[in-house]
Design a protein. Structure first.
Length: 472
């Protein structure tokens, strides 16, 4: 953190910190180095006093009464009693040793009992405190996570993130798989290393995600990405430097900023499989679905699996009716759609069964149609240079053409009213554009849509090999 409070000037942030009750200082002290320095600065406490936020505190040494009335003599235990005149509140700090009176002055600081916070923010109701916590930018949530147990519990609660989303604070974050550009490699002649790139749609900021300690040679080529809540799951791919098919699963927690290993993908090893995630926090469902692909002998697969993120376990699903050797998946209205080049199948997660095979129209070109779904049940398709939306009755209606400089869409992600498409033009340089759908669009009709070009820094213009979107 470069600022005391991100988004505020240091003067305003200092005013906020000075108004925190003194008994919450241990919490502030644990947040970050900048706050520790601020609280250690005598000028901070002079400011508290000048603004009438400092308060007198009386500390008494008392013996602990023997409430059990033991008949046999027991060693005397002493305690400190803190009295806050401003609030008429009394608190006890009990020593963890039985001491004589002559020993009291030499008690080491390590034996004090820690006082636990009972409120999210002392002095505020939990509703008001929750409003404050919910407005912290997502990239500072890991700082809040380290403050105390109550804050960790709050940030881990799905209702907290639903609240952030309901008040418009949660923002969509796009994660891409890209090669590290040649000019950023240790040696220009070295092997290609793939990384994860984060695009913050609200601010337009691009950055590289923290590397996974278990992947010293970078992320697997053709790995699949899925997002569940505030966690990103990386599944399979071709692992460098041998480029063998891998069964590894890696999970990144955007709250803690840490990676962990997941249970490996059950055999057979597969590539080019469909992958999508479902997150129903009300029902406690946090699952990643995969299906199809082909094995190491290039034989198409009909098998499907579901990964339970909470239990870190895989379970088999019924086989599909057909093999889908190169396919991708989306979640639409609680169902897992496996979309191949020539046909599609739908898995009903509630019923636990596959629906009938749907034949796909013949497509021309090097790449199959690109499909992406939104949480509200809308599904889009990029075919050729056309962007289409599926209306009621399964009819596809054209929404827009790709932007002038983009001749082919390679990946797309969608969120509330927006569709972000990444592709390349005649110069083979990757570009990104966001399609903004007007609020008048309905499931029965379409409305005009406008493109907004995204400025992509030079170091993030490489090929896109995977993409997903999550709200934080």
């Amino acid at each position: 953190m470069e600022d005391l409070v991100p988004g505020l000037t240091d003067d305003v942030a200092r005013e906020c910190l000075t108004r925190v009750p003194f008994n919450a200082f241990p919490t502030l002290f644990s947040v970050c180095k900048l706050w520790r320095q601020e609280l250690r600065d005598p000028r901070f406490h002079r400011l508290r006093k000048s603004t009438c936020n400092a308060q007198p505190v009386v500390v008494l040494v008392q013996s602990v009464p023997d409430v059990a009335h033991h008949t046999r003599p027991r060693p005397m235990t002493y305690r400190l009693v803190i009295f806050e005149p401003a609030t008429e509140l009394r608190k006890l700090i009990t020593l963890h040793l039985s001491l004589g009176t002559t020993q009291f002055g030499s008690v080491p600081s390590t034996i004090w009992k820690t006082l636990l916070m009972e409120d999210l923010i002392p002095g505020l109701t939990d509703d008001v405190a929750r409003e404050c916590l919910a407005r912290v930018p997502f990239n500072n949530l890991r700082t809040l996570l380290s403050v105390c147990k109550l804050w960790r519990q709050e940030l881990r609660d799905p209702t907290f993130h639903r609240f952030r989303k309901s008040i418009g604070i949660a923002q969509p974050v796009v994660v891409l798989v890209q090669p590290v550009p040649y000019f950023a490699r240790p040696t220009m002649s070295g092997p290609v290393v793939h990384r994860l790139v984060v695009f913050e749609t609200a601010t337009g900021v691009w950055s590289s995600l923290a590397p996974c300690p278990c992947l010293p040679h970078g992320f697997p080529l053709f790995c699949r990405l899925a997002a569940v809540g505030t966690e990103l799951i990386v599944v399979g791919g071709w692992k460098p430097p041998t480029w063998d098919t891998t069964d590894e699963v890696h999970v990144y927690d955007f709250l803690s900023g840490e990676w962990r290993r997941g249970s490996p993908l059950p055999s057979p090893l597969r590539s080019y499989f469909a992958c999508a995630a479902m997150h129903d926090s009300d029902k406690g469902c946090r699952a990643v679905y995969i299906a199809g692909g082909h094995d190491e002998s290039k034989i198409g697969l009909r098998s499907a699996l579901a990964y339970d993120l909470a239990g870190d376990s895989w379970k088999p699903l019924p086989d599909m009716a057909r093999e889908h050797s190169e396919c991708h998946g989306v979640i639409l209205c609680g169902k897992f759609l496996v979309l191949g080049r020539y046909s599609a199948e739908t898995f009903d997660t509630a019923a636990g069964s596959w629906g009938p095979v749907e034949e796909a129209p013949e497509e021309e070109g090097e790449y199959p149609a690109l499909h992406v779904a939104r949480e509200d049940g809308r599904i889009y398709r990029c075919l050729g240079r056309e962007v289409m939306e599926q209306l009621e009755g399964g009819v596809w209606a054209k929404v827009a053409d790709l932007p002038g400089e983009m001749r082919k869409a390679r990946y797309a992600v969608a969120w509330d009213g927006k569709l972000m498409v990444m592709g390349f033009g005649h110069d083979c340089v990757v570009s990104a554009n966001i399609l903004d759908m007007k609020a008048t669009t309905t499931r029965a009709t379409t409305a005009a849509a406008t493109w907004k070009k995204i400025e992509v820094p030079r170091e993030y213009r490489g090929s896109v090999l995977g993409a997903c979107c999550l709200f934080i």
